[in-house]
Write a protein that binds this ligand. Structure first.
Ligand SMILES: Cc1cc2nc3c(=O)[nH]c(=O)nc-3n(C[C@H](O)[C@H](O)[C@H](O)COP(=O)(O)O)c2cc1C
Length: 357
């Protein structure tokens, strides 16, 4: 495909820029062509239209299982064009109750030798009021591009004991524009946030969201959780009748085989080095619960997405893979998935979910 070759040629130029500048450039480019005839052209090129890829989950229909993970479109500006690039859903955010600028730059690093990123963005976003309004007012334009999830997170300025009210406020602002809400209690770059995964804290947040009438709520886990902590979260998922689990966020751990000198940067590691561990966690969670799982971590090809689906994920998300593989990735994965289903004799993605449990 010409666009794939173009991206290969263009990537060294993009990678010569600081990662956040390159992201900004790509973001601006995508935003510029959104809602123009180019979006329609992308849609024709990149969307793989095949019923075998369809997934019904949370009472919603996903044209294919591949979505964009939280953090790529923090302010919910790109769902339509990401849909046109072939993704079946987009999770926007993380959104916080108040707008925040995040940590000092540089705060995003490429580990090229490892096909990985480290980030300590610190949840920079325009805040729940602005993003909620944007999502509601653009609802019609983004309706055709598949479900839009909103990842909600704790505001930097809010003490952790006031987290329930903070999450509730954010939820109330974005609820109208969200097809599902992902409660992010696993960001490694916000002081004290991962403690919210503990049973009592998470339970108070879920109470607040339930009282606010929240529907379709998922919780996003950190990869470092112990087995007992994962079991606590699964208990809460049952108690509060939550709709799903997203596993996993980036990790503060550094696998021994990393090659890049950037590995010493502080922040969350994503991409190829976390892929296998993330897949194992999908399988571990899937063995313990019946709720749908969104598998995320290191996916950059069809085989990786398929492994997560066979491990128990109904849907798969990615971020870092997009940086390294470029805009044809969703299409390549979806085409590859159709072949893998054929090879294994499955008639649809839904029949392959959990095949390895
Ligand atoms: C720059 C960057 C920003 C991110 N921001 C968020 C965020 O705001 N909320 C969240 O839940 N996850 C965030 N993530 C984590 C991703 O959603 C995903 O869980 C993680 O990167 C692993 O997937 P990947 O290996 O495909 O990138 C971010 C990741 C990156 C690289």
């Amino acid at each position: 495909m010409v666009i794939k070759q173009l991206y290969r040629a263009f990537r060294p130029l993009l990678f010569a820029l600081p990662p956040e500048t390159a992201h900004r450039l790509v973001h601006t480019g995508l935003e510029t062509v959104q809602q123009t005839p180019i979006e329609h052209g992308f849609s024709n090129q990149f969307r793989v239209d095949n019923d075998r890829l369809q997934v019904e989950e949370f009472g919603q229909s996903f044209d294919n299982p591949i979505g964009v993970a939280a953090g790529f479109d923090k302010n919910a500006e790109l769902p339509a064009i990401l849909g046109a690039l072939g993704f079946g859903h987009v999770e926007v955010g993380g959104v916080t109750a108040v707008s925040q600028s995040g940590n000092m730059r540089p705060r995003m690093f490429r580990l090229v030798e490892d096909e990985a990123l480290i980030n300590r963005m610190g949840l920079n976003n325009e805040g729940a009021d602005v993003i909620g309004e944007r999502l509601s007012s653009h609802r019609r334009e983004i309706d055709h591009c598949g479900p839009v999830g909103v990842n909600i997170a704790l505001s930097e300025s809010t003490p952790t004991d006031e987290a329930p009210a903070d999450y509730q406020y954010t939820y109330e602002q974005i609820a109208e524009g969200a097809d599902y809400v992902a409660v992010n209690v696993s960001c490694p770059n916000s002081e004290g946030m991962q403690d919210l995964q503990q049973r009592d804290s998470l339970s108070r947040i879920m109470d607040a969201l339930t009282n606010a009438g929240a529907e379709t709520v998922l919780v996003k886990l950190a990869p470092e959780l112990s087995l007992s902590a994962i079991e606590d979260v699964i208990d809460l998922v049952d108690i509060f009748d939550l709709d799903g689990i997203i596993t996993t966020n980036t990790t503060t751990e550094r696998p021994e085989n990393l090659e890049s000198t950037k590995q010493t940067e502080r922040g969350g590691l994503s991409g190829a080095p976390i892929e296998d561990h993330a897949t194992k966690l999908v399988q571990l969670v899937a063995k313990r619960t019946d709720v749908p799982i969104i598998g995320v971590g290191g996916v950059s090809d069809a085989a990786g997405a398929y492994a997560k689906i066979r491990a128990g994920a109904s849907l798969v998300q990615l971020y870092t893979g997009l940086v390294y593989q470029g805009p044809t990735l969703a299409r390549d994965i979806n085409m590859g998935l159709l072949q893998l289903l054929e090879d294994d004799g499955f008639d649809s993605i839904e029949s392959a979910i959990g095949a390895d449990i």
